[in-house]
Design a protein around this ligand. Structure first.
Ligand code: SAH
Length: 442
């Protein structure tokens, strides 16, 4: 009893300077009971914060005015994330710059038609993506898509104009109903990243700090609100593939996943976390009761090449990584996804594809191929569509489902590995983008 009281005091003290976003039912219950309010208020706050996505305490109309004032007086805020900038791509992708109380910011990406990454993963979302023909219905269709999208020739021309560009959030309400697989939000887990992948722009930032669970969930709430969509009515997929390494911010990432399921209402099977290969955390992750699906950034088929591209391979080499993958407790109809960034002349040769097939033999998995998304300071080239197709075919011939991720929002630096809080896309000489007008959201 004594312990419980002091725990409650501790939580109350914490609440003095903290935000409701990021708190779970248990934490809210503790605050409520300390305040002498009825227990059902915790559920009311959960609903207001995660379902209605309120931004201020005044908006929580289910709470008595007096209680709202008391909360405000003791320093409690909603702690909603703020959209600082918004860039809209010609392909409909939106890159958000989202700011937090201490002035730090991260990027979050909205892909109205998904990114094809969910295809073929054995999940419900994957099946929908396949049946809707999103680049997954057999090798032939996939190859056609590769031809369209792989390589720089897939970049939208600067003179192409997206009809939604001036009014990006209008007409989006329920827009993803037309696409059975739903839309995808790509969220960040850290400000910057400590994993020094040689082909990734985020790596150039280094890591500034971990995001709190509230800041991770806050990105989702801000984007859902801006896009006027709401799960589960709207089909929303989530990928933890933005800035940062989720498994180096493990506790907050796991807590955020639970809040996204229990609070926001996004199903576990619609979420995927990608790790560069933090092996001990892969083992931990397999033991979680509530967890997204697992994706592993493989990117190279042997230790020599992988260590060159991803220095963390020195610490957790391919043998350790593949052991963790083989031991990973998959659920019924769940597959592991391996991501493989194709770098021209470096890891995209036929012999590399054969090595990958050998490495993954017998694993319940699929491979997502990503042709390098270029960026300033990145010393690799994007392979051509033909090379990507050959690589994919070798994997498929070996019985491994392989898909090509369509690059989304390359023109606004929103694609995989391009998240660097770039605000100067309109003048970027590398891509000569004239068609992008950064629109301030919020
Ligand atoms: N840190 C996590 C998640 C973020 S990166 C991880 O490494 O998995 C998400 C994916 O983008 C990873 O598979 C990564 O290998 C890939 N990626 C990074 N830079 C890229 C680039 N320039 N072009 C294409 N994909 C890239």
């Amino acid at each position: 009893m004594e312990l419980r009281v002091s725990y409650n005091r501790y939580l109350m003290a914490k609440a003095l300077t903290s935000s409701l976003l990021g708190m779970d039912q248990g934490e809210l219950s503790a605050i409520i009971s300390e305040a002498g309010e009825p227990a059902y208020r915790a559920k009311q706050i959960m609903d207001a914060v995660y379902r209605q996505r309120v931004e201020t305490l005044e908006e929580v109309s289910t709470l008595p005015q007096q209680f709202r004032e008391r909360l405000a007086q003791s320093g409690v805020t909603v702690g909603a994330a703020r959209i600082e900038k918004k860039f809209v791509s010609v392909d409909g992708t939106v890159r958000y710059l989202i700011g937090f109380a201490d002035g730090q910011s991260v990027e979050t990406v909205w892909m109205p038609e998904g990114d094809g990454g969910e295809a073929g993963d054995g999940s419900e979302a994957g099946e929908e993506a396949e049946s809707s023909g999103i680049g997954t219905s057999g090798a032939k269709a996939q190859f056609r898509e590769t031809g369209l999208n792989a390589g720089l020739e897939g970049l939208p021309r600067p003179d192409q104009h997206h009809p939604d560009q001036e009014h990006p959030t209008q007409n989006r309400n329920r827009q993803n109903q037309g696409r059975p697989g739903g839309s995808t939000i790509c969220i960040s887990s850290q400000v910057g990243c400590a994993v020094d992948c040689q082909f990734c722009l985020t790596a150039l930032l280094g890591v500034k700090r971990n995001l709190t669970a509230g800041e991770i969930v806050g990105q989702v709430c801000a984007v859902l609100k801006d896009q006027v969509v709401s799960p589960p009515e709207d089909r929303i997929n989530l990928v933890f593939m933005g800035m940062g390494e989720p498994f180096l911010n493990y506790e907050n990432f796991i807590k955020a996943s639970r809040l996204l399921v229990e609070g926001v209402g996004i199903a576990e099977r619609r979420m995927t976390v990608s790790t560069a290969g933090i092996v001990p955390r892969i083992h931990d992750f397999g033991r979680e009761a509530i967890r997204p699906k697992l994706a592993i950034s493989l990117n190279a088929p042997n230790d020599t090449l992988r260590t060159r591209l991803m220095p963390l391979n020195k610490k957790w080499n391919l043998e350790m990584l593949m052991t963790a993958a083989r031991e990973f407790p998959l659920r019924t109809r769940e597959w592991i996804t391996f991501e493989y960034v194709l770098l021209g002349g470096v890891n995209d040769r036929a012999e590399n594809a054969k090595e990958v097939a050998e490495l993954l033999r017998g694993l319940r998995c699929k491979v997502n191929l990503i042709a390098l998304n270029p960026g300033p300071g990145i010393d690799f080239t994007t392979p051509g569509a033909e090379q990507v197709g050959v690589f994919q075919q070798i994997l498929r011939d070996a019985g491994i489902p392989a898909f090509v991720r369509r690059p989304r929002g390359r023109d606004i630096y929103a694609a995989c590995g391009q998240l660097k809080r770039t605000v100067e896309v309109a003048t970027s000489p590398e891509l000569q983008i004239q068609s992008i007008s950064p629109a301030t959201g919020g």
